[in-house]
Design a protein around this ligand. Structure first.
Ligand code: BDR
Ligand code: CA
Length: 332
């Protein structure tokens, strides 16, 4: 395995305001090379997710393959998209859009992941920030996938922090708990970036205003508009966020752990997902080395590295510095 940078990343996403923030961070960071964007349902329907991914590529002047993926959960009935958080269009109800260029790659998101992993064995990092159906489908297509990818970093779940769609569940995992359990037990190097850390990093709306003023570019104006909408939701519904008028950056932290792992404290252990009932979507971590009688925690279950703490201020500084870099190209 090479440790070289920039790291080849497939970004699996449901854009989504914080997904857009994360994509910008990845495009702006010199250590990350986004080789594909695979879309899924979640914050919006999958067709809209793909439209948004192509649109963000147009705005930032990038020609990156974009694919269409899972349109619904593996087993449960799909939930309605949370339009009150991300807007009906997923980007905070943009008042107008410029014409998007770029065509969808005709492969499914899962097939694209498999093809790229075979083309670049040991080199691809999957950064997944939506429900995990595409990764589960890719594993079904190619059970050897865990030996082909370098690592998987996912934004989702929570261990000690309260959930955001139920007292115990985080949205991405709750949206497709069966797929998530497949991903947590697949046996690839896996890092979980959940609410335990994303709820520690509150990004003020003023940060996105200053980024837009700095760049004077349609891409960052668009992000500022989207974050304004998203921050209104968080500031109203979460007292702590309301104090600074801002939002959680959730998805962007999946990239910060890649570029700045020293800012995170991780614990290794087995993680499983509750798929039914009141605890549906809960990510349960075996945090003590106890031999439990209940099936499902035995030695064959692979380990996950779970982010439990983050240096929040340093993390915010990294996000700001990265997005202030000279990374934007003329819109395509
Ligand atoms: C996650 O759910 C989505 O709303 C966000 O984009 C993020 O991926 C946070 O729980
Ligand atoms: Ca997301």
């Amino acid at each position: 395995m090479t440790s070289s940078f920039p790291r080849k990343v497939i970004f699996d996403t449901d854009p989504g305001v914080d997904d857009a923030m994360a994509l910008y961070y990845a495009l702006a960071h010199p250590d990350i090379d986004v080789v594909g964007i695979t879309t899924t349902f979640g914050n919006v329907h999958v067709e809209q997710a793909a439209i948004n991914a192509l649109y963000l590529c147009t705005l930032t002047g990038r020609a990156i393959p974009v694919t269409l993926g899972a349109s619904q959960p593996m087993v449960k009935t799909a939930e309605a998209p949370p339009t009150y958080i991300h807007g009906v269009d997923g980007l905070g109800n943009l008042p107008r859009r410029v014409d998007a260029t770029g065509q969808l790659d005709t492969r499914s998101s899962a097939q694209f992941m498999v093809d790229m992993a075979r083309q670049y064995p040991g080199q691809i990092t999957l950064v997944a920030v939506g429900p995990l159906g595409n990764l589960a489908a890719a594993l079904a297509l190619a059970p050897e996938l865990p030996t082909l990818v370098r690592e998987v970093i996912l934004m989702g779940g929570t261990v000690l922090e309260a959930g955001n769609v139920s007292p115990v569940a985080e949205a991405n995992i709750w949206n497709d708990p069966h797929a998530a359990d497949v991903v947590f037990t697949a046996g690839w190097p896996l890092i979980m970036v959940g609410l335990d850390v994303t709820h520690q990093v509150i990004l003020p709306l003023a940060l996105f205003k200053s980024i837009a003023e700095h760049h004077q570019h349609v891409a960052t104006d668009t992000l500022y508009h989207a974050v304004d909408f998203y921050s209104a939701f968080y500031s109203q519904h979460d007292q702590i966020v309301g104090q600074v008028h801002g939002c959680y950056g959730h998805d962007v932290l999946a990239f910060v752990v890649l570029t700045n792992p020293e800012l995170f404290t991780l614990q290794t252990g087995r993680v499983r997902v509750a798929t039914e009932g009141l605890a549906q979507g809960q990510t349960i971590m075996r945090r003590k080395d106890i031999s439990y009688p209940q099936h499902g925690w035995h030695e064959e279950i692979p380990h996950t590295q779970v982010c439990l703490k983050v240096q929040a201020n340093a993390c915010k500084d990294v996000i700001k510095t990265t997005l202030m870099r000279n990374w934007l190209r003329p819109s395509a």
